[in-house]
Design a protein around this ligand. Sequence first.
Ligand code: HEC
Ligand code: HEC
Length: 372
Amino acid sequence: MTKSYIWPLANRVSHVLLILFFAAAYILGDFDELLSYHVAFGLALGVVFLFRGVWGFIGPQHSKFKDFNFNLLDLKEYLLSPFSKTKEYAGHNPASSWAMVAMLVVAFLAILTGVLTYGIEENHGVLSFLHSSYFKEMEIFKDIHEFFSNLFLAIVGVHIAGVLINRFIKKSDAIDSMVSGYKKLADKVDVKTNIAQKIFGIIWIVASLFSLYYLIFTKDNIFIANANVKQNYALLHKDFNNECGSCHITYPPFLLPKESWTLMMGDLENHFGDDASIDAVTNLSILAFLRQNSAQNSTHQAALKILKSLKDTNSTLAITKTLFWKHKHKEIEDRVFASKEIKSRANCKACHKDIERGLIENDLIQIPKIKV
Ligand code: HEC
Ligand code: HEC
């Protein structure tokens, strides 16, 4: 047995990046307020894979797809003999060959549907032009995105199980070779990378890291940018802004349905325990503005979800009483809302700093530090 150099540095470093980027993207996917980071890691993962795809054609021996082993008979033999030594594979064994291609394809589909979801539902990123009322019901892309992400995780799981069997039962050094680059083989077959491949390898790693940095630190880049337009309620409707913003923040009209606004404006004398009444002309004018910009007329994701979560649009007056709102804030403790920094659930602005400009995007959420 001699040591042969099989995996160039670019393969090994990108392998580590794939593990880190996928783990980060997957975990961050669970936190709404960290959505832009989830997207950044997901897209950076796409960059690593994109280069890996090209490497499959221009890379050195064993890294090329044509050197992978897709022979089904070999795969069968390999999988059916987990406890015995099988044929020696200098490059990818049949199982890891299939796993690699499956990962490339599934990652591509997961990222594509992720970008679609981000554009259609969240109105963010390169596909935000697809966001319109026509796409309101297009939650299907999110489901498909989650399906592919979980499928990817499942393939990773099988791949890791295979690697562990390989390492501890078959006593192969395949996993060690992903760190050192070297495998013990019967014949010496060192892989050589030419100068063009070396340069490509450097560009691969630098581009992957740079894309992550760029996506995270330039918030207005086209891949992350928020296409929801900031509203200036003072210009849009002065009376709404002044009257309705005098006791509390100005709530964006799209957070309640038409019916709620009609009901509320019809009884301002008894407005959450306050008398908020105004003259009839101003009242009608504000009501028209509120109805025109209500949840039914908005493409905003929150508007859609609030509408969906309301069983009865005719009696709900408070946003904080909707099921959607309660669901989204269920993990925030009462004492946080009651704290002197926030004071009330209705003080949205304490955590959604741009809400008075009609923006309640995930990446703008910031819960203030509470002193106990
Ligand atoms: C005289 C003061 C006052 C004025 C003026 C006023 N409000 Fe209110 N409003 C309140 C109070 C008090 C609450 C309850 C806040 C809380 O629960 O902390 C409230 C709550 C609300 C809520 C529910 C917030 C939630 O919990 O989801 C909405 C929506 C609302 N007001 C809209 C309006 C609109 C629209 C106008 C303008 C026509 C208006 N308010 C004018 C005092 C006022
Ligand atoms: C104490 C801080 C806090 C206050 C106050 C608060 N929110 Fe939130 N809000 C959050 C957090 C945190 C999330 C993200 C929850 C999650 O992880 O899903 C959130 C999520 C949301 C979402 C969902 C965003 C999306 O795109 O999925 C909406 C809509 C929302 N809040 C509206 C409001 C409104 C309207 C008010 C005021 C009536 C309000 N919030 C008050 C902290 C707060």
